[in-house]
Design a protein around this ligand. Structure first.
Ligand SMILES: [Zn+2]
Length: 375
């Protein structure tokens, strides 16, 4: 009896002696394994109304409703109250406010190191996926450094040597049949960059090689023109690539590029089909993160586009004029360009709680850095 209570006391003492060094189980798991993988999903031109369209035009609840943390991002650039996608993406990729048109350049037109480049140097694997050309403003801002976004031929050259291990999107025209007669698709081989221009064929992933999929001359086709499940399939293929090197953390950026183009075109059907497609990719990222347990997923936008709203139809009532039918929606646009409205930020996974609140777009970069500094 005496011995057993003595043992019990001993056990208690030794347990409480351990306590100060113990952290919560989740925290311990995260930090013992490796830093969290980062998946940044950017809905280009995706404001709250664009997101809301998925509530009314999708077949099931949007995947973005699965996020526990929501914030708002202020999107102005250093040069304009209304940003473009280049300055918007550079705010995420390099944490700096810059002028509209700048790709991986600061406001003084000098190159700024990007998160993707920093992480690759620390042996992370990196990936970029877009439904635009891979040389377009958003993906380019993670690996290229040029003064103006329209320098897509130069951006393509920079991709040859950039530390991007996996990419998928359009943009063949910037790589072959160029005015300078260089064929970057052939040159890529010298950099162990294997580019497929036919389809998302899976490969036998080799640790020393890099992999690219360029599946359209310019931007990828619209959903309305039969793009199919490219965005989600490419995202899942990136996961299969990363999983092959499971010991390395990864950074993946996935862009629903054409939500923006639907806004510019003031075409509600174009916009909503692109939004629903982007939401599918969000679902694939969340599925992966839920299974993995050590992946941070962030969904945001660079800016809103179109001044888009879902408004009520006006119905003519005989002898009474008209009335608004709050149960029938129609698309309304107030602009053919971007707007200055704040955009949502959603987060899931280790460090996600840091993304609640209202902050500048550059803070998204800073928050990612802060989360990685804890590991
Ligand atoms: Zn735009």
């Amino acid at each position: 009896m005496w011995i057993s209570s003595f043992l019990a006391i001993l056990l208690q003492v030794s347990l409480s002696a351990q306590e100060p060094t113990q952290t919560s189980p989740t925290k311990r798991n995260y930090s013992e394994v490796k830093p969290p993988n980062i998946i940044l999903l950017i809905g280009d031109g995706m404001g709250l109304s664009q997101m809301s369209s998925a509530l009314f035009y999708g077949e099931q609840s949007p995947n973005y409703e699965r996020f526990p943390v929501v914030g708002l991002s202020k999107t102005s650039s250093s040069s304009h109250k209304i940003t473009d996608s280049a300055a918007g993406a550079t705010a995420f990729s390099a944490g700096t406010k810059t002028y509209n048109g700048a790709i991986g350049m600061g406001a003084d037109s000098t190159a700024v190191p990007t998160l993707l480049e920093d992480l690759a140097q620390q042996n992370w694997r990196t990936g970029l996926i877009a439904t635009s050309s891979i040389t377009h403003a958003t993906p380019a801002s993670f690996y290229a450094h040029v003064k103006l976004r329209k320098q897509e031929f130069e951006i393509a050259e920079q991709l040859l040597t950039a530390p991007v291990h996996f990419f998928a999107g359009g943009g063949i025209r910037y790589f072959s049949n160029r005015l300078d007669e260089r064929n970057l698709l052939q040159e890529a081989e010298a950099y162990r960059l294997r580019i497929d221009t036919n389809a998302l064929h899976p490969r036998k992933w080799n640790s020393k090689d890099r992999y690219g999929y360029l599946l359209a001359k310019g931007g990828m086709p619209r959903m309305l023109d039969g793009r199919g499940d490219f965005l989600t399939a490419a995202t899942q293929m990136a996961f299969s690539y990363f999983d092959n090197f499971g010991q390395d953390p990864f950074f993946l950026m996935v862009e629903g590029s054409q939500v923006d183009w639907g806004g510019h075109a003031n075409d509600g059907e174009y916009l909503t089909t692109e939004m629903l497609d982007f939401d599918q990719a969000i679902g694939a990222a969340l599925d992966y993160a839920e299974k993995d347990g050590n992946t941070l997923v962030i969904v945001t936008a660079d800016h809103e586009c179109g001044g888009f709203a879902l408004v009520s139809e006006e119905i003519d009532v005989p002898f009474q004029g008209s009335r608004r039918d709050y149960d029938s929606l129609r698309f309304s646009f107030t602009s053919g360009g971007h707007s200055a409205t704040m955009v949502p930020v959603l987060a899931y996974g280790p460090g996600a709680e840091k993304f609640s609140g209202i902050y500048e777009n550059t803070a998204i970069y800073a928050k990612i850095k802060a989360i990685l500094a804890e590991h």
